[in-house]
Write a protein that binds this ligand. Structure first.
Ligand SMILES: NC(=O)c1ccc[n+]([C@@H]2O[C@H](COP(=O)([O-])OP(=O)(O)OC[C@H]3O[C@@H](n4cnc5c(N)ncnc54)[C@H](OP(=O)(O)O)[C@@H]3O)[C@@H](O)[C@H]2O)c1
Length: 282
């Protein structure tokens, strides 16, 4: 059996634990990549305004002949649009580009604590509006550190349904994950195979040999067994298929622990540190 389990979010919604990420897929290739993933069986797509390929995501779903309600879609507010009116306009544009009147999950992409006078709270309150009017079924954040999550808990009415953060064996990000477990914020692990960088690791290779699976399957299965949500990206059909075949084998507790022990702390990040990141696309 290779059925993708769902995880219940703190607002009662169900999210498929495995999805398909489209970061760095060129806009004109996205519809085809998404259609292929849906044909293989994925029913959860992770995009963002910053990726400039939301239009292709919507097109890919229609090309696959699926009804909107059969696919779980996430997008994210771009960094230049944190002010309230900008966020409202950007959210309208996201729905238009996707060709839908609602989104399953909408996230603040980055907290940007050094910009906007450190105010991501009013941005979050704008996302609360989108949830309130039903156009976002769930709302969440991405790249939020523990301090940022605590501030939302103190100053707003809604606990984020998810926090989408960098997590893989070289950067287990366990402090932020633990806050999520304690406060009902589901963790979504981005760059789950560290864009390929963990696949040659001798420990990953040993577990792959022992289980008869590929290094990518072993690492993705590690995430699944830790309870996180993942959406590996690939434009290579065989890999898209490989990354979907995660539910007919299990890692032992010792294997999970061995992969977790590969953590390098801050040195293991492949992406920027959210406390400093201040990129605004043109
Ligand atoms: N919220 C955020 O700030 C944030 C940041 C980064 C990513 N994300 C999300 O997370 C998703 C996944 O992260 P990611 O795209 O950065 O990296 P990733 O999924 O960890 O890795 C993707 C890379 O690994 C290769 N790959 C995929 N499957 C493979 C396999 N089975 N064997 C060998 N190589 C494989 C892909 O190559 P090919 O495509 O050439 O096959 C691609 O170069 C993104 O697409 C995006 O949705 C979010």
């Amino acid at each position: 059996m290779n059925t993708v389990p769902t995880i219940e979010l703190n607002d009662g919604a169900q999210i498929p634990q495995l999805g398909f990420g489209v970061f760095q897929i060129p806009p004109d290739e996205t519809a085809n990549a998404v259609k292929t993933a849906l044909q293989i069986g994925y029913r959860h797509i992770d995009t963002a305004e910053m990726y400039q390929n939301e239009r292709g995501v919507g097109q890919g779903i229609r090309d696959a002949g699926l009804d909107r309600t059969e696919v779980y879609i996430t997008s994210k507010l771009n960094n230049g649009f944190h002010r309230r009116d900008d966020a409202r306009r950007a959210f309208d544009d996201t729905l238009k580009a996707l060709g839908t009147d609602y989104i399953d999950l909408f996230l603040i992409h980055w907290p940007l604590p050094t910009l906007y006078d450190g105010d991501f709270v009013s941005t979050w309150q704008t996302l609360e509006e989108f949830k309130g009017d039903g156009r976002a079924r769930s709302i969440g954040v991405s790249n939020f550190q523990v301090d940022h999550l605590k501030r939302l808990a103190q100053e707003t009415d809604t606990i984020p349904a998810v926090n989408q953060i960098e997590v893989h064996p070289y950067f287990t990000n366990d402090t932020v994950r633990a806050y999520g477990v304690d406060h009902g914020v589901a963790t979504e692990a981005w760059s789950p195979i560290a864009q390929g960088q963990v696949l040659g690791d001798p420990v990953v290779q040993r577990v792959a040999e022992a289980t008869g699976r590929t290094p990518a399957q072993v690492v993705l299965r590690w995430h699944i067994q830790r309870g996180d949500i993942v959406f590996p990206k690939s434009v290579t059909v065989e890999r898209v298929r490989e990354n979907f075949a995660l539910f007919d084998f299990e890692l032992t507790d010792a294997d999970v622990a061995a992969l977790t022990a590969l953590d390098k702390g801050e040195a293991g990040r492949t992406g920027p540190n959210p406390d400093q990141f201040d990129y605004i696309p043109d």
